[in-house]
Design a binder for this molecule. Structure first.
Ligand SMILES: Cc1cc2nc3c(=O)[nH]c(=O)nc-3n(C[C@H](O)[C@H](O)[C@H](O)COP(=O)(O)O)c2cc1C
Length: 192
């Protein structure tokens, strides 16, 4: 059976550089024989996490759908934009809701032991390095195995051609290397 990878970006912006980077990585994963599902977090609208809201209404419908997707994939590829030196509120909120218990499952079951590859793109000179560092800590705390390698794309407004391909050969090479590791890890995974 093909290894299954869920890919998403922490941005809902039309034309998001991080979504473009996730799409490049997803395509490489498919070329390597993986089944890669690329989703847009815009399609998973969730209110800001509120414990009272959860106690009264349970998880939002979008969080339940997102949790189901997490459960159906053996590895994740996350493209993480940088907002004020950290992950976006959108991404953190989705992770917070997804980590809540539901359907008899401890929320972190969906993350524990899963391998995650991290990439980031920013128009700035540092390529989202602070966002990726924070996300590494967050996902590790949630029990995921985050690959040591990562891809950072600085100057993102010039990083993609009209077909959405990376223009920089080194960024392209690093993305291929990361996806090679992620696909291999998903293949080895004993997650159902
Ligand atoms: C509130 C806010 C804070 C930002 N802070 C940073 C930052 O700390 N570092 C950085 O490199 N870019 C920062 N940016 C610029 C984003 O990297 C840029 O908007 C990028 O395009 C977002 O990713 P996206 O293209 O995937 O939506 C910030 C943008 C916003 C809106």
């Amino acid at each position: 059976m093909k290894p299954r990878i869920l890919a998403f970006a922490g941005s809902s912006r039309t034309g998001s550089f991080n979504r473009q980077l996730a799409a490049v990585a997803a395509e490489h994963g498919r070329t390597m024989g993986a089944d890669v599902t690329l989703v847009d977090l815009r399609d998973f609208p969730m209110p800001i996490y509120d414990g009272d809201d959860e106690a009264t209404n349970g998880l939002p419908e979008a969080a339940i759908r997102f949790r189901a997707l997490l459960g159906e994939h053996q590895a994740f590829l996350v493209a993480s934009p940088e907002h004020n030196g950290s992950v976006t509120a959108l991404l953190k909120n989705v992770l917070d809701w997804a980590s809540r218990p539901a359907d008899g499952l401890d929320g972190l079951t969906l993350f524990r032991g899963k391998t995650v590859g991290l990439v980031a793109a920013s128009p700035g000179p540092f390529g989202g390095v602070r966002s990726v560092a924070h996300l590494r800590g967050i996902l590790s705390k949630m029990g995921a195995h985050v690959l040591a390698d990562e891809v950072l794309v600085a100057g993102a407004q010039h990083a993609f051609d009209e077909s959405g391909r990376l223009t920089n050969a080194l960024s392209e090479k690093l993305t291929v290397q990361l996806m090679t590791q992620l696909v291999a890890s998903a293949r080895r995974s004993d997650a159902p």
